[in-house]
Design a binder for this molecule. Structure first.
Ligand SMILES: Nc1nc2c(ncn2[C@@H]2O[C@H](COP(=O)(O)OP(=O)(O)O)[C@@H](O)[C@H]2O)c(=O)[nH]1
Ligand SMILES: [Mg+2]
Length: 180
């Protein structure tokens, strides 16, 4: 029986791995709003999230975890606020191999920080790529506490589930009524 429903927002710059993370974690088919990229994003990827990604996972007994992925682009930032309503926690993904991603995640981090105060974790992706910064270096660039920053490959089910579960448990996110 589900007795704990947790809503987690997954945000961060374009190409950081948000959609990948939700697809990896979800135990149900994911709803994605991927559309053809038309602007500068087209140089990075063919499809990009324009509204939201949604997945559900059951990481531990009795817990139903809803993941809401935001678009990365600032022009869809109205969705950031909509998706943050009622959230219990927020994950910021950043491509550790891309200096622009690290700069942009700071903007997104500040944007949310001015509006909500909920448990947060920064996931540094692409640590396997040449020249990627360590979580400690990313924390220093962002000017935040390094204990909030960890490396995670969102393509790996084991890594993604372990990271998420330890975050949820460390934050002791409380029981709440099922939201659907
Ligand atoms: N090498 C590597 N590729 C990754 C990693 N995380 C994500 N990717 C790739 O990065 C690309 C963008 O991921 P996507 O989930 O679409 O990013 P989003 O724009 O944040 O939703 C995809 O091709 C992923 O497979 C990682 O840790 N290492
Ligand atoms: Mg996406």
């Amino acid at each position: 029986m589900v007795n704990r429903v947790v809503k987690v927002v997954v945000t961060g710059p374009v190409n950081a791995g948000k959609t990948t993370l939700i697809r990896t974690l979800s135990d149900v088919p994911v709803v994605c709003t991927n559309e053809s990229a038309t602007d500068d994003v087209a140089g990075m990827k063919d499809l990009t999230t324009v509204a939201m990604d949604h997945g559900i996972c059951y990481p531990s007994e009795g817990m139903e975890l809803h993941l809401y992925g935001t678009p990365g682009q600032r022009r869809f930032d109205f969705m950031w606020e909509i998706l943050a309503v009622g959230a219990h926690a927020i994950l910021f993904l950043v491509d550790g191999s891309d200096p622009e991603s690290i700069e942009e995640v700071s903007y997104i981090y500040d944007h949310f920080g001015e509006r909500i105060n909920i448990p947060e974790l920064i996931l540094v992706t692409k640590s396997d790529l040449e020249g990627a910064l360590s979580p400690a270096d990313v924390a220093a660039r962002m000017g935040i506490d390094p204990s909030h920053v960890v490396a995670c490959d969102p393509r790996s089910t084991n890594a993604a589930k372990a990271t998420l579960l330890s975050f949820i448990e460390s934050q002791k996110l409380e029981v709440c009524e099922p939201i659907i």
